[in-house]
Design a binder for this molecule. Sequence first.
Ligand code: ZN
Length: 406
Amino acid sequence: MQKDVLDTVERLKEEMKDSLMEMIAIPAIGPDNDGDGETKRAEFIMEHIKDFGFDSVERYDAEDDRVPSGIRPNIVATKKGKTDRNVLIIAHIDIVPEGDLDLWDTDPYKPVFKDGKIYGRGSEDNGQEVIAALYAAKALTLSGITPKYNLKVILVSDEETGSKYGVKHIVDEGLVSQNDIVIVPDHSQERGKKIETAEKSGLWVKIVVHGKQGHGAAPGSAINSNRIMARYQAEVDALLHEGFTLENPLFAPPVSTFEPTKREKNVPNVNTIPGKEVQYFDCRVLPEVPLSEVKSVFEDTAEDISLDTGADIEVVYLVDKKSPPGTPEDAEVVLKLKSAIKSVTGIDAEVCGIGGGTVAAHFRQKGIPAAVWATNDCVPHQPNEYAVLDYIVTDCKVFVSLVTED
Ligand SMILES: [Zn+2]
C-alpha cells in the first residue's frame, strides 16, 4: 500500500514543480518588510488545493490593518485519518524581500527551472515544504488511502517577522495540543541527516558609552568613549569566554557563543574625540545556562568601568529570549520522523541543536514537543535562492510515511 502512494508522489513531481513556480510568482512579504502581506498567495493556495481531497480547509486569519486585505491568512487543511491523532506539518507562506537585485542572475519572482532546481525568492524558504506537505495529501487521495493519522497541513503567515500573526495566533487559538505530532520543516542540516530538537537562548545586547566629546589635540578635557568601548569589549569578551565554558554536544559549536558585531558610526572626522560610542553583541547561550548570569557580566563590567572612567555606560537588551527545554530524543515525534526518513531515504537521522531560532520554540514553550527537519541545501534569504525538485519529492514522501506508518 505504501509503495503505491510513494509511486504516486513520484508521478506528481512535475505538477509539484509547476505549482511551486506559480506560487513563487505571487510574492508574500509582511508589512514589517514593507510588503502587502500573504493574502493573494493564500487565495492561490486555497483555489489550488480544491481537488486535493482534504476533508476540511479552514482559515484562522489574524487581523492586521497594515496590509490592504486587513488580514494575515493562516490555512489549516486536514486530511482525516483512521485515528484521532494528528500529525501537524507547519510551513510558512511568507517570504523575505529579494534584497539586492544585482546579486540575482534571474528575476526572483519569475521562477526558472534549471538543472533540477527551481530558482526564485521563497523557493526553499519555505515554498518547497508548503508544496511537499500539500501534495502528501493529494498523493494519499489519488491512491485511495486513508492515512493512520490525521494529516494537518498548517500554512502560516508572518514567520519571517516574529510570528505574532502566524504561529502564535494559531497556538493562541488552541489549534495545537500536547498530543499532536508537530513537524516544522523549516531548517535543514546536512541535507536531512539532522533533526533539530533544541535551540540556544538568544541575547542581543546594545552597549552605549556616553563620554565627553573633545578635540583630538586636547584629550585632557574629553572622556574618550571609543577607548572606553574598546576596553569594555575586551573585558566583557574575556569574562564571557572564561566564565561560560559548559559544553553540550547536541549543538555545533557545543558551547555558548558571544560575538561583538555591529558598531555604529561615530564622529565624521579624525581630529574629534567621540563622546558617544555604540556597540552590539550577539550571544547564543546554551539552554542550561541562566541568561541572568550572562547579563550580570555585561552589567557589572559596565558599572566597574563607569566608576573608573567617569563615562556613563548603558546596557540595553534588544533580544532577551530564553529558549524552552528541547524536545527529548525519545519523543514520539523524533522517533516517528527518524523512522519515516529511514524508510524513504535510508538515512539514519540524528538529533541536533541550533544557535538560531525557529517557530518550534513557540510549541516547546507550551510543552508541545516539536521537531524541525527538512531536506535542502540551506540557501534561505540568499540571492539566487533555489529549491531542489528531488528534495521536494523526498520530503513529500517522508510526510506521507509519517501519517501512514505506525
Ligand atoms: Zn523559513
